[in-house]
Design a protein around this ligand. Structure first.
Ligand code: V47
Length: 376
């Protein structure tokens, strides 16, 4: 007779949550609160790992990508951000199109499959300029997927051009935008959003731009910024809103919890998050976001060591080679700005997972020294 062993949960309040996880039932807002309020990290991680292995077996996904930030000039002055600068700031930069192409080419030695392109809200760069940039990149790097522009950048471009969000998205898509990253979501609760990023679109607008992007056939990622002024209710509310959007559109591919880095921001009095909180955010998101396929432990943000452990706490992705990360490094990140593919493989293998190189939409990638093929 097989005796099924029951995990020993220190926090008895988590037993009913475990029952739901076992039977694949949706967790409620209150379950989310119980999870965030519990310190039984091993129990939470155990449950998240069950779900993660149910969805992805033993694979951990990664990609070979390069970040491009065409400008750090930004009309918004978000308290959470150390990256954006005013146009008059002598340290501010804006690349010419040729500089964008030159930057893109610099990561070529490892044959990147994705450019991750985001920047500040520049008061003068036009929609046509961005379309030309996308077309120019496609012309020069036809096999590279362009994951570009946050919902916030799209809303700003639409407002400046005095055209609809849908038309803005469609024009960028026609010019070569293949999908969108998850940034700018921060935290949807207005009470906190008004303090940390007062000049950004509100949470409802972020969700609305994402919905419209999905409706015209673009996939996107999503994020939540934690570890600043938010409480457990704000976190659960954010996750539930993402889950509701996904119920409608199925357009979200990956969720990335982002830990706030306070250095060089007006909020630098706030202490950095700890490994415990970072792992809990990964695990709770895996449990709450039952309809979003992937949970990414972004190594730049959580350090390679925690991102590796996260592969046993609900995460199935570790991001990629990144090459030249700026947003977190301006805010004091001490991780390196890029990682070699071999080092990613080592991290994943040492966590007992099987590395699987993917493209942005999770199709497996087969690679030789200097080229790659996407296996459809
Ligand atoms: O939107 C800005 C955050 C985001 C700080 O989609 C900060 O695959 C912490 O969205 N401390 C940009 N966070 C990064 C992002 C991302 C990263 C990796 C992969 C993907 C993806 C998306 O970074 C911003 C904001 O939420 N951010 N400043 C800071 N001081």
């Amino acid at each position: 007779m097989v005796v099924k062993s029951e995990p020993a949960f220190e926090d008895r309040l988590l037993r009913p949550v475990y029952e739901k996880v076992l039977y694949n039932q949706r967790l409620s807002y209150d379950d989310g609160l119980k999870l965030f309020r519990s310190n039984d990290l091993l129990a939470i991680g155990y449950m998240a790992n069950l779900v993660r292995e149910r969805l992805h077996g033993n694979f951990t996904y990664f990609n070979v990508n390069r970040h491009i930030n065409p400008t750090d000039v930004c009309v918004a002055s978000c308290k959470l951000c150390a990256f954006g600068k005013k146009a008059r700031d002598p340290k501010a930069y804006t690349m010419s199109l040729d500089q964008v192409y030159e930057t893109a080419g610099r990561g070529w030695s490892e044959a990147v499959s994705e450019f991750h392109i985001v920047g500040g809200l520049h008061p003068e760069l036009s929609l046509d300029w961005y379309c030309e940039m996308l077309r120019g990149l496609k012309e020069r790097f036809p096999q590279v997927h362009l994951k570009a522009f946050t919902m916030v950048e799209i809303a700003y471009l639409a407002q400046r051009q005095k055209i609809s969000i849908r038309e803005t998205l469609q024009r960028l898509k026609d010019a070569g935008m293949d999908s969108m990253p998850g940034g700018g979501a921060e935290i949807f609760t207005e009470r906190i959003r008004r303090i940390i990023c007062d000049h950004k679109i509100d949470g409802g607008q972020w969700l609305d731009v994402a919905r419209q992007a999905h409706e015209i056939g673009l996939k996107s990622n999503c994020t939540m910024l934690y570890g600043h002024l938010e409480n457990e209710e704000d976190r659960v509310d954010h996750l539930v809103k993402l889950r509701e959007l996904q119920d409608k559109t199925s357009g979200l591919v990956t969720y990335i919890p982002l830990a706030f880095h306070p250095d060089n921001t007006p909020l630098q009095h706030i202490a950095r998050t700890t490994g415990f909180t970072d792992l809990k955010n990964i695990a709770v998101s895996r449990l709450m976001l039952d309809n979003i396929p992937h949970i990414k432990a972004y190594w730049i943000m959580m350090t390679p060591k925690i991102a590796q452990i996260a592969q046993r706490f609900g995460a199935d992705d570790i991001d990629g080679t990144v090459v030249e990360e700026k947003i977190y490094h301006d805010a004091g990140a001490t991780t390196s700005q890029s990682m070699r593919r071999n080092e990613l493989l080592r991290l994943i293998r040492e966590s007992g997972r099987d590395p699987l190189e993917r493209d942005t939409l999770y199709r497996p990638v087969e690679r030789t020294e200097s080229a790659f093929t996407i296996l459809v």
